[in-house]
Design a binder for this molecule. Structure first.
Ligand SMILES: [Cu+2]
Length: 105
C-alpha cells in the first residue's frame, strides 16, 4: 500500500477487490475530458491520459474519498481505481473548468 505512485490512493487500494475489471481510458484534450459522465464497475480503474500540451492534475472527490493524482505531464497517464460504489466528481486541480462525473456501481 505504499507503492510510490499510489501513496495518495492508499485508502482506496486498501478496499480494492482482488479482481478488478479492465481499466477504462479517459483522455484529456483541449482542456476537456473525453467523457462528461462515465459509469464503471466497482473495482474498475480509469486511466486518465493527458493528450494536451499542458500539465493536468486529476482530482477525485465523493463518498468520503478525496484523491489528488498529482501533477500530470503532457503524454502521461494516471490510473485511478474506483473501489467504492457511488458518485464521484472528477476535476483538474489546475483547470477547475474541467469536470466529469464517475458513477461506480
Ligand atoms: Cu488541467
Amino acid at each position: 500500500m505504499n507503492r510510490k505512485s499510489t501513496v495518495l490512493l492508499g485508502a482506496f487500494l486498501l478496499a480494492l477487490p482482488a479482481l478488478a475489471g479492465e481499466a477504462v481510458t479517459v483522455t484529456q484534450k483541449g482542456l476537456r475530458f473525453s467523457e462528461s459522465a462515465l459509469t464503471v464497475d466497482k473495482g474498475q480503474a480509469i486511466s486518465f491520459m493527458n493528450d494536451d500540451t499542458t500539465a493536468h492534475n486529476i482530482t477525485v472527490s465523493g463518498e468520503g474519498v478525496s484523491i489528488n493524482g498529482g501533477l500530470q505531464a503532457p503524454g502521461a497517464s494516471t490510473r485511478i481505481p474506483f473501489s467504492k460504489p457511488g458518485v464521484y466528481a472528477v476535476s483538474c486541480g489546475i483547470h477547475p473548468k474541467m469536470k466529469m462525473t464517475v458513477t461506480v456501481k
